[in-house]
Design a protein around this ligand. Structure first.
Ligand SMILES: Nc1nc2c(ncn2[C@@H]2O[C@H](COP(=O)(O)OP(=O)(O)OP(=O)(O)O)[C@@H](O)[C@H]2O)c(=O)[nH]1
Length: 515
């Protein structure tokens, strides 16, 4: 604290004002940068949440759609394997298949093929056998795989309807377990597309349904050249395939297989089938609005900071100018006061000796006389005169005489008591008076003797004096002034008379006035 406080005072107000304006501007800009970064993170988080929600909805819809068709297939397998393939059971089965297709809007048709791929029954009412489907991928799959689970095949264009379908199929077995044909549900690709079209994916977003072995089942926007094709080389598939378990529900920024754009891909597996969905949203598109907002606000904040900085600077400069002007005024006032004090001192003091002058002495004498009268104190006065000074001037010159007066004055000043009211003054010519309030005759005599003695001891040569050196004589008077009886002049006259007596008695001595 003790170090900080002086530092605070030493640095100017304009310095602190500059610091304040700078801190305000920097804080403003800093807060805006922080807010913008926070908004960006929020925007990306929101995008991730949106992608995850989309993926969840798509996975659920695909799973439910396939499951409904698969339940119909399970029932058909059960019927055929139980009731056999006679004309009557097949006619009954075909009626039931038509009813199923009418119930499920995602179904374009249900089909039964024998072990050679020939049509046994269908829900479309087409003559049997109309086509042979032994070449289809799902047919080959079931012929070569003894498993009884559902198989979701590559999307193909239906031979019966000419529409894009996704085949879901199951294997038919003989009682001995050997292959005996396939039942197929043809899912309408348009059914999925209509669902996907209901999502707002932005201009650069995309959603897709893929099989776990890398076949693109469906994509929105729809791309007929890629649907049913392999995507094993795509960044998306490689990333998904590297994940296992719960990690397959997640998201990653990946480059698109289709256009190379960087998108945030949220993926999720279907709960019951070896498929997964992905919802890809464009980071650039999502951040475009954030960029626009940030740019507009940043320009406004920067303008504000520049505005504050500019006017702050002007204000600080003005404050600094005013502070300088005030300092100059203070200096001028101090110089004036000092000059006044010097003038005052000069007006009250004697130029040659530096002692109080006659005017000062008269004022002090009057004051001290009144005070002594009021309090009935004694007031003493010593009148000092250099002996044979005229001769000294004549012998050594006026300047040398001045020098003696200065030396004697210095001595007298040094030896005179310094109590309040004591005053040493040049009374006139080579005469010096010493006013000593609260001092009796004896006390004043001691002072006078000490001065006389000291001057003599200086041994300043004086050929014109019988003593051979500069000496002085003093007359001492003291009184307790009585109101209406004494005047200020009374004390001076008494001292002057005593001085005259000292001169008459041979000089270089102190004479006391008669009480
Ligand atoms: N150098 C100098 N001389 C001064 C000054 N003031 C007065 N004097 C001279 O002091 C002398 C005073 O002489 P007087 O008082 O007549 O007598 P004195 O020669 O001192 O002799 P005594 O006083 O009788 O011992 C005069 O010649 C004045 O010219 C001064 O400021 N400087």
């Amino acid at each position: 604290m003790t170090r900080v406080a002086p530092l605070f005072k030493r640095l100017s107000f304009s310095f602190w004002a500059t610091v304040f304006v700078s801190v305000v501007c920097l804080t403003l800009v800093g807060l805006d940068v922080w807010r913008s970064l926070y908004a960006r993170t929020e925007q990306l988080n929101e995008m991730e949440r949106q992608g995850a929600n989309l993926a969840r909805a798509m996975a659920q819809q695909a799973d439910d759609t396939i499951k409904a068709a698969d339940i119909a297939l399970i029932e058909m397998v059960e019927r055929i394997e139980t009731d056999g393939r006679g004309a009557a059971p097949l006619a009954r089965l075909q009626r039931q298949m038509r009813a199923q297709v009418d119930n499920l809007p995602q179904l374009l048709g249900l089909f039964v093929y024998d072990r050679d791929g020939r049509w046994l029954a269908n829900s479309l009412g087409l003559p049997v056998p109309a086509y042979n489907n032994a070449d289809r991928e799902y047919f080959t799959y079931h012929r070569t795989h003894p498993g009884r689970g559902a198989h979701v095949g590559r999307p193909v264009v239906s031979r019966a309807t000419g529409k894009w379908i996704m085949p879901v199929s199951r294997r038919l077995n003989r009682p001995d377990g050997s292959f005996d044909g396939v039942v197929v549900a043809a899912l309408d690709i348009d059914y999925f597309r209509r669902f996907y079209e209901s999502f707002d994916l932005g201009r650069h977003g995309a959603v897709a349904l893929l099989s776990n072995d890398g076949v693109l089942m469906l994509r929105q926007p729809f791309d007929a050249t890629r649907v049913g094709g392999g995507m094993r080389d795509s960044e998306l598939f490689r990333h998904y395939a590297s994940l296992t378990g719960a990690a397959r529900v997640g998201s990653a920024s990946l480059h698109s297989f289709h256009d190379g754009a960087l998108r945030l891909n949220s993926f999720r597996p279907l709960p019951h089938y070896p498929l997964f969905v992905t919802a890809a949203l464009s980071r650039e598109e999502m951040l475009a609005r954030w960029r626009r907002d940030t740019f507009t606000r940043s320009v406004a904040v920067l303008l504000l900071a520049v505005f504050i900085g500019f006017f702050g600077r002007r204000l600080v400069a003005q404050i600094a100018r005013r502070a300088r002007a005030e300092a100059e005024l203070r200096e001028a006032r101090d110089a004036l006061e000092s000059a006044n004090r010097t003038l005052e001192r000069q007006a009250m003091s004697d130029g040659l000796t530096g002692l109080a002058n006659r005017r000062h002495f008269d004022v002090s004498l009057s004051n001290e006389f009144s005070r002594a009268t009021r309090h009935q104190h004694r007031l003493a006065f010593i009148m000092i005169d250099v002996d044979y000074f005229k001769q000294y001037n004549d012998l050594y010159g006026h300047s040398a005489g001045d020098e003696v007066l200065r030396a004697v004055s210095r001595l007298i000043r040094a030896l005179t008591p310094k109590r309040p009211g004591d005053l040493t003054a040049r009374y006139g010519g080579e005469e010096i008076g010493i006013l000593l309030p609260n001092t009796d005759l004896r006390g004043a005599q001691v002072v006078a003797e000490r001065i006389r003695d000291a001057v003599e001891a200086l041994r300043l040569p004086h050929e014109g004096s019988p003593f051979g050196r500069v000496t002085l004589s003093a007359g001492v008077a003291a009184m307790t002034p009585q109101r209406g009886v004494h005047l200020t002049g009374t004390l001076v006259e008494a001292a002057d008379k005593a001085l005259y007596a000292a001169k008459s008695a041979g000089r270089n001595r102190v004479t006391l006035a008669a009480p």
